[in-house]
Design a protein around this ligand. Structure first.
Ligand code: ZN
Length: 881
């Protein structure tokens, strides 16, 4: 039964499972219309539980048979509703045999067992397994799985599951079977099967201890020319985890399978990772530098989960960040190490900061704000968030900053020594780190329990006589839903002081020398740090390397920022100084647009950009970052009242002015950063392409026949997808005459490459000239398919979340469109619908004329009779918080 107010689940209410499961034997008779699942569970009472009943989860299942210890259970011996099967008064030990029926072809949710392009796949995290069979579907129940798959041999020649293949053969009747055994205990959310017509790239790979592992990347026919990079990334991941953490692959076989219909990026099922095609398929013709980087990061992420997530898993879903925050941190470090240079490491750090500001800070300031370890949820799928993932990774990174790299490794070793094979809590990770290093991380716990982005205010004063420099730091954190007041956080705060010559000054605090960089520990609401022997009035470089996920307030003068932008030895703060210079001007311009005043940009700023653009002593990738402006949503975040059109015009004005004023320099850098020869996705080449294509984008922001001709030339001659999409984007944004021809040609050339068609849709959806009517038109295109999440993200999400000036059209048409699409998607796939629903999170911050229609649209969605819990929770919180 569905009720209007779905149940909230609280972390405090955790109870251990009543029964433990030792072994699971699963038998699948796979048929898209009607799949029979037979399960045999050996269970025993949990000594840690007072509950006497066996409690199994199950949804949308047809129960065919139920036996306990060999005897069929009568209707009065168990209770069943739409979510649970209960067997009261069960014996100490029970062998359950359960047969259920499901209809995978009808399953449009892509959760549980489903069909994609005629093939079978599963997705069980977080609570999908209960859509496959009755089971104690919670991560603290870990069992050994054996899986028998039976299916038509012609249509499903490949039958995969977790662990090792122990038997396969023919069944005679046109069907065949495969039996898989996973030697490791695992929670049900890590179960997976694939039954499909697929091909694989495979090789054996020598592990550190001398064992050989079979590595496979499985894809649909015709895609074997796009698996090399994923395979290479997998091998790099295995090596990296051996070398950096001493963690080895624990299976003889490791498989990656790509599927076109997938709700998220990828899934770390034990030994059988299932991936969105977006994070597997790449060759220079179809994938961009960004795509390559995404593949490396996600392949790494899922592989690293094998230890941080699978071998040590979560006690309950409130602990999600235990595995996700830690594993994001690990994949970030992996990607940075793969670049290998200090400058490359800094660029990847800058990209992380950008993601936090673009997505996590707004979440932390909105109606869905929650701690890294949430206290409650209605639908766990709504909590796979940038807070749990990216802020969670920042929290882990701060621990490393506090205990040092070696100390962190000691903490990891202790964590595995203590908890291998267990389902544990975030606190257990923190305790291992504290114990291994003899550190008190008690106050640090607040990073897990308090939501909201802390604000650190810095004030400084220099005493020329005493040669002391005093830095006063005060912290506060705004209220978030359910948390009115916050206690002070334990904040690692990295600083340096620059002299007038741009060099770092030596730091001495309380008589202790700190070289040229110190990590201060801010523990109180307000704390003073006094630097002694400071020979001259310095320029402070604060929060170096973004040492904590906070908002830093400091009244920098333009002169100080320009000094830091030219000289800071910390590249992240060098970049940050440029962002501050740009943001101050963007805010002024936004106000000027709204007031109808004249728009102007100062020479000093332009010249600082010019110098940065042409400074050949800096990597191209860094210069690209330094020249990228804060996004429209970052600007919106700085404003009390958001006017999306004014922000857009202000930013466009700045881009156009840069394109005009720096024209000659942009052309020069365009030429200087060519990458002749065959395409390579390495960071150096990608950085040059990035800077060159940013130059092209700025030139396109100030269209002229010559600028447009350059874009056309690049489009016509591009030898790789990075350059092709950059040129197409430039043509579209310049509204060049050639743009529509180019779009048509692009589609013709790539209509059979789904991931490229996604790009074709998303470039149009995010273009400044695309209004709601144009998006509706695109939805009628034969290639649009509302059941495919990638396609929906490329068009509907790209518009609602990526084209603010059009989405927030004054007539409210964008909001009506949003409400319609959330409703339509919810009937098919609640997880995807609920993500789209979140694009209205920040409605209260818009000008009153927009707020009202936004609220109406939210209310209209909330009224929906058959609304999923997923969407209900999101729109409910948007309306009440
Ligand atoms: Zn993950």
């Amino acid at each position: 039964m569905r009720t209007d107010t779905p149940a909230t689940i609280y972390r405090q209410d955790y109870l251990p499972p009543s029964y433990l499961v030792d072994t699971v034997e699963l038998g699948f008779d796979l048929d898209p219309a009607r799949t029979i699942v037979a399960s045999r569970l050996t269970m025993r009472r949990n000594p840690d539980s007072a509950e006497r009943a066996i409690v199994l989860c199950g949804e949308n299942l047809e129960l065919v048979a139920l036996r306990m210890n060999g005897k069929t259970l009568g209707k009065r011996e168990y209770a069943i509703d739409d979510k649970t099967l209960r067997i009261p008064n069960a014996p100490e030990r029970a062998t359950l045999e359960i047969e259920t029926l499901t209809a995978p072809r009808q399953n449009t949710t892509l959760n549980g067992l489903y069909v994609s392009n005629g093939n079978f796949f599963t997705q069980c995290e977080a609570e999908g397994f209960r859509h496959i069979t009755y089971f104690p579907d919670r991560p603290d129940v870990m069992a050994k799985f054996t899986v028998m798959l039976r299916a038509d041999k012609q249509r499903y020649p490949v039958l995969l599951s977790n662990g090792n293949l122990i038997e396969e053969g023919d069944l005679g009747d046109g069907r065949h079977f495969a039996k898989w055994e996973d030697p490791f205990k695992k929670p049900s959310y890590l179960f997976a099967l694939v039954a499909a017509r697929l091909e694989c790239q495979e090789e054996t790979f020598a592990l550190a201890d001398g064992r050989e592992a079979l590595l496979q990347v499985w894809v649909e026919e015709g895609n074997l020319d796009k698996t090399n990079y994923a395979m290479q990334s997998l091998k790099n991941s295995i090596r990296w985890d051996e070398q950096r953490y001493g963690l080895e692959l624990d299976l003889d076989r490791f498989m990656i399978v790509a599927v076109g219909d997938f709700n998220m990026g990828a899934m770390e099922n034990k030994g059988l990772n299932i991936f969105n095609t977006k994070y597997v398929l790449a060759n220079p013709r179809v994938a961009t530098d960004t795509d390559y980087a995404g593949i490396e990061a996600v392949v790494g992420h899922e592989y690293f989960h094998n230890w941080t997530g699978n071998r040590v898993t979560c006690r309950d879903w409130f602990q999600l960040s235990l595995k996700e925050g830690l594993t994001v941190f690990r994949d970030q470090e992996f990607s940075a190490d793969m670049i290998g240079t200090d400058s490359g490491r800094a660029v990847s750090r800058i990209e992380q900061v950008r993601t936090l500001r673009q997505a996590q800070f707004p979440e932390d300031a909105g109606p869905m704000a929650h701690p890294v370890r949430p206290d409650s949820f209605v639908e766990i799928n709504n909590f796979y968030t940038v807070t749990v993932y990216e802020k969670g990774a920042e929290v882990v990174r701060m621990i490393q900053t506090l205990v040092g790299r070696e100390g962190f490794r000691k903490g990891m070793d202790l964590y595995f020594a203590r908890h291998d094979g267990q389902a544990v809590e975030c606190d257990d990770f923190r305790r291992a780190m504290a114990d291994a290093n003899g550190r008190d991380l008690a106050q640090f716990e607040l990073w897990y329990s308090q939501a909201g982005t802390p604000v650190v205010r810095a004030d400084t004063s220099y005493d020329a006589e005493a040669k002391t420099y005093t830095l006063t730091l005060s912290q506060s954190c705004p209220p978030t839903p359910g948390q009115q007041s916050k206690a002070p956080f334990h904040i690692p705060f990295a600083v340096g002081l620059l002299g007038a010559n741009g060099r770092d000054l030596p730091l001495t605090i309380d008589g202790v020398a700190h070289g040229t960089g110190a990590v201060l520990e801010l523990l109180e609401a307000r704390q003073r740090f006094v630097f002694t022997d400071v020979a001259e009035a310095p320029t402070p470089s604060l929060l170096r390397d973004f040492s904590a996920p906070v908002i830093l307030e400091y009244d920098y003068s333009d002169a100080e920022l320009l000094h830091l932008f030219s000289h800071d030895s910390d590249p992240v703060n060098r970049w940050e100084a440029g962002q501050r210079l740009a943001m101050a001007r963007l805010l002024k311009l936004t106000a000027a647009v709204a007031a109808g005043a004249k728009l102007e940009l100062d020479e000093t700023f332009i010249n600082a950009l010019r110098k940065m653009l042409s400074d050949a002593s800096l990597d191209a990738a860094f210069r690209e970052q330094a020249l990228l402006l804060p996004s429209e949503s970052m600007i919106a975040d700085q404003l009390e009242t958001v006017n999306p059109q004014a922000i857009h015009l202000a930013r466009q004005f700045m881009r156009r002015t840069i394109g005009t004023e720096l024209r000659a320099d942009l052309f020069a850098q365009y030429d200087a950063n060519q990458t002749p020869g065959p395409y390579s996705p390495d960071a150096g080449s990608a950085g040059r392409r990035g800077l060159k294509n940013l130059a092209l984008a700025y030139l396109a922001a100030a269209p002229s026949p010559a600028n447009n001709a350059l874009a056309k030339m690049q489009f016509d001659t591009a030898g790789n997808m990075t350059d092709r999409v950059a040129a197409l984007g430039a043509l579209i944004h310049a509204e060049a005459e050639y743009a529509s021809d180019a779009l048509a040609r692009f589609y013709d050339d790539f209509e059979h490459e789904a991931l490229v068609v996604d790009k074709w849709f998303s470039m149009q959806a995010a273009a400044p000239g695309t209004d709601v009517a144009a998006v509706r038109e695109l939805m009628l295109h034969p290639a649009f398919n509302i059941k495919n999440p990638n396609r929906v993200r490329s068009l509907v999400f790209a518009f609602c979340a990526g084209n603010p000036a059009q989405f927030h059209a004054a007539d409210g048409s964008g909001y009506a469109f949003w409400a319609e699409q959330v409703g339509a998607l919810d009937a098919l796939n609640p997880q995807v619908a609920s993500r789209l629903a979140r694009s209205m999170d920040r409605w209260r911050r818009y000008a009153p004329a927009l707020q009202l229609p936004m609220k109406k649209a939210l209310q209209q969605v909330a009224k929906g009779k058959k609304l999923s819990n997923d969407v209900r929770e999101v729109v409910g919180k948007a309306l009440t918080n």
